[in-house]
Design a protein around this ligand. Structure first.
Ligand SMILES: [Fe+2]
Ligand SMILES: [Fe+2]
Length: 178
């Protein structure tokens, strides 16, 4: 039993370390992204998403502390830098690709927080699991925001075929889930 608890705690800390760095990368990328788009709903939407990622990051930090863990500096540096570079490139990387990759990234975040919630439940941390579950819902909203944006774009079929994410793939995924 003690071994099980240690396993779940270790997994949870590991996921949260990635999430903490991931939120930094995402927030920095979105910071460049909303400044590069022009329509008001895109500016406002991405700006709101950036704010929500900062809120997530603070929540993840609290959880890590409660578990006796802390952010993993090399990950923070690596993912934080990638996010900053992607954000800075938004003015030159066109409209489609930042939207598409944002959606793909959010898709991964949904699963990440759901996995974290599973380990929190196994540890009997009900409040943490509830909070993680709410974060899952927010990440899904983010994913849907970007999915709605890229839907119908002429580049989508090819990119989606290569990278396996986009509106119809999501439907297939939901169908195979119990
Ligand atoms: Fe987030
Ligand atoms: Fe997100």
């Amino acid at each position: 039993m003690k071994k099980d608890r240690e396993f779940h705690r270790r997994k949870l800390v590991e996921i949260l370390q990635y999430a903490h760095a991931g939120e930094l990368g995402a927030a920095r990328a979105y910071h460049g992204h909303w400044q590069a788009v022009t329509t008001p709903d895109e500016v406002e939407g991405i700006r709101r998403i950036e704010k929500e990622e900062w809120v997530h990051r603070a929540a993840v930090k609290r959880m890590l502390t409660a578990l006796g863990g802390k952010p993993f500096f090399p990950l923070e540096m690596a993912i934080g830098t990638v996010g900053a570079v992607l954000g800075a490139l938004c003015p030159v990387s066109g409209w489609f690709f930042p939207m598409y990759f944002a959606g793909r990234l959010e898709f991964g975040n949904v699963d990440q927080y759901e996995d974290a919630a599973y380990h929190a439940r196994k540890l009997g941390l009900k409040e943490m699991a509830r909070e993680l579950h709410a974060m899952t819902a927010t990440e899904r909203e983010h994913e849907l925001f970007f999915m709605n944006k890229v839907e119908g774009h002429p580049l989508l079929p090819l990119v989606q075929w290569v990278l396996r994410w986009g509106p119809p793939m999501r439907k297939i995924r939901q169908e195979v889930r119990p």
